[in-house]
Design a protein around this ligand. Structure first.
Ligand SMILES: [Zn+2]
Length: 178
């Protein structure tokens, strides 16, 4: 699968910020469940920041936890871990979200007519143009119709590429779980 360390790193940073990225990369590296205190110690980060990051990572399905009972007491400790499959699935979900957004954008671009101001380059949908009597709301110039075939083509390319990637990822993932 095309899951590289860089993909994971940038996804984590984008979704859960710098602390989340550090926590995730640590859990990948150590390959064993760690408590929030151990994580906080190893990374030199405040426990509250680590807990918040763990919460976000769990919500995204990038990290999971198990409850462990300590032998010497009745205390329970939560240990946090991740694995390749969890991460691959989280990346796949993310790609699907991006695909949905691209598809929506593609529909919007191909089903609508757009107008542009020849003076300041601002762009408007038909509804906006109609409300403003085909004049630029910024400078009052007459608006001209935009040919957006290039944008539509570019979007279509991106959608196709991502669809193929998702299909491939799904094949790899289902192959792995059988
Ligand atoms: Zn204008």
């Amino acid at each position: 699968m095309s899951t590289s360390a860089n993909d994971i790193r940038s996804l984590a940073r984008e979704l859960v910020g710098e602390v989340g990225e550090k926590v995730l990369m640590l859990l990948i590296q150590v390959k064993e469940p760690l408590s929030d205190e151990e994580i906080s110690e190893k990374l030199g980060l405040r426990i509250n920041d680590v807990r918040k990051a763990l919460y976000d990572l769990v919500k995204l399905g990038l990290v999971s936890y198990k409850r462990m009972t300590r032998r010497d007491s009745y205390w329970h400790v939560y240990k946090w871990y991740t694995d390749e499959k969890m991460i691959s699935q989280a990346l796949l979900r993310r790609k699907k979200e991006v695909l949905r957004k691209l598809e929506a954008r593609l529909r919007y671009e191909s089903e609508n007519v757009f107008y542009m101001c020849p003076v300041d380059g601002s762009r408007y949908s038909f509804d906006e143009v109609f409300e403003n009597y085909f004049r630029c709301p910024r400078c009052g110039s007459d608006l001209v119709e935009v040919d957006n075939t290039q944008i539509v083509e570019k979007l279509r390319e991106l959608v196709d590429k991502l669809r193929r990637e998702i299909e491939n990822d799904e094949k790899v993932l289902s192959g792995r779980s059988v």
